[in-house]
Design a protein around this ligand. Sequence first.
Ligand SMILES: [Ca+2]
Ligand SMILES: [Ca+2]
Length: 155
Amino acid sequence: MRRIPAYLSALALGGLGAIVPATSAHADNWTCSDNYTAAAYGYMYAYQDHTCHGGVIGYSNSWDSDWGNSNGPFQGADTNSASSVLNKGSITVKFFNGTGQDWDGGYVCLTKNEAYATNIADNYFTGGGSISVTDKISSHKWVTNDSCAPYSWLT
Ligand SMILES: [Ca+2]
Ligand SMILES: [Ca+2]
């Protein structure tokens, strides 16, 4: 009689969930990879806390020139509140600091290949001043990479 491999036995007995170690499932909760998998194609997302935690502030497949006004995908208290961001679109997202200034002030860019920035506290807007991106994003739009400075990439 052929011996059944142990992992197949486990699968047959306990189902797929039973063979996923609990530690692995927990670890997934502290990255943005699960959020990226669940995200809709063509959209960018912004989250309240780092590593895509704390709730989705907003998501968009278009632009929003003021995350603090009462129009578009980001409104009111959404401005100056994002701590991590995700890009599942087809081009780059450009995020701006200028609060209520319609795509003004310093900026940072997130490419579709980078996919997400888990903690933007150690990223700084262009224009100097060492302004951390956390809790400072106030608008966004989709751009081609040539509109982003070499030092403006979110990682
Ligand atoms: Ca808005
Ligand atoms: Ca701002």
